[in-house]
Design a protein around this ligand. Structure first.
Ligand code: F6R
Length: 250
């Protein structure tokens, strides 16, 4: 594990965007695994800016997202496909036909997962997989207790995750109960995994996930086993970690 200790959300976004940009510059036809949520927003803004300034070229890039809610159409401003278009795809020179998310509107849950999993296999190993960290240690929508061996599957969202995401919906009832997500096995298959995290609210989880035992009770802890895992975390997120353990990972 390589840790970049940064000051705050802004610096976390800059470092995250720099690592993604470096990947795209070094391999213009990269396969990028992307995430939604509050964490990557600042990084996406920077990627948009650099692309619009002509510093970055996404024309040969392919993207696969981690997850999608079940039952929200792509016109819903809460669907992840809408999020990705609004915050990234609509503003960069990427070929829309090479941007993939699970099909949240497929009524047959098994088929939706099977199709996405087959797609992942066809596309091959992800070059760089971006992740955020859930308050309960989830990655993608792999909730505590998820088997590390799982591939793409449909999950019933925990109440903690539903209430964490409640802020984006106008009422509690609108928050979906199910989502399709890449499994931990798909995530671990990437050449390089980059997890960005910011803020004190996640400090306890950062300590548990990256300096505690590797256990399905804390899905992100599996990342300790990956041979190319980079953590970009700000001071607040690292505030509960021992200085000595951090120094060893720098
Ligand atoms: C999003 C995703 C989730 C988030 C996590 C953190 O595609 O897969 O695992 O990364 O819930 O969310 P934020 O960044 O909103 O704190």
């Amino acid at each position: 594990m390589k840790i970049y200790q940064v000051k705050d959300y802004q610096e976390m976004s800059l470092k995250t965007a720099e690592i993604i940009a470096a990947q795209v510059i070094l391999k213009p036809d990269s396969l990028l695994g992307l995430a939604t949520g509050s964490t990557p927003l600042g990084a996406y803004q920077l990627l948009v800016k650099w692309c619009q300034e002509g510093l970055l070229d996404f024309s040969k890039v392919t993207t696969i997202n981690l997850d999608e809610y079940q039952g929200l159409p792509e016109t819903s401003d809460q669907s992840y496909v809408y999020f990705m278009r609004k915050h990234l795809f609509d503003h960069i020179n990427i070929d829309r036909n090479r941007t993939f998310l699970p099909d949240g509107m497929e009524p047959d849950r098994e088929k939706a997962c099977r199709d996405y999993n087959e797609l992942l296999k066809t596309l091959g190993k992800t070059d760089l997989q971006l992740l955020g960290l859930g308050h309960n240690g989830h990655i993608g929508f792999n909730e505590p207790g998820s088997y590390f061996e799982k591939e793409t599957h449909c999950v019933k969202l925990s109440e903690r995750t539903r209430s964490a995401n409640r802020r984006f919906f106008s009422s509690e009832e609108e928050v979906p109960h199910y989502a399709f997500t890449m499994g931990i096995q798909n995530i671990m298959n990437a050449h390089h995994i980059l997890l960005a995290v910011s803020g004190e609210a996640k400090a306890e989880m950062v300590k548990e996930a990256f300096f505690g035992p590797i256990t399905p009770a804390v899905p992100a802890s599996v990342l300790q086993l990956h041979d190319h895992f980079t953590l970009v975390a700000d001071e607040a997120a690292l505030s509960k970690c021992e200085k000595e353990s951090l120094a060893m990972e720098e």
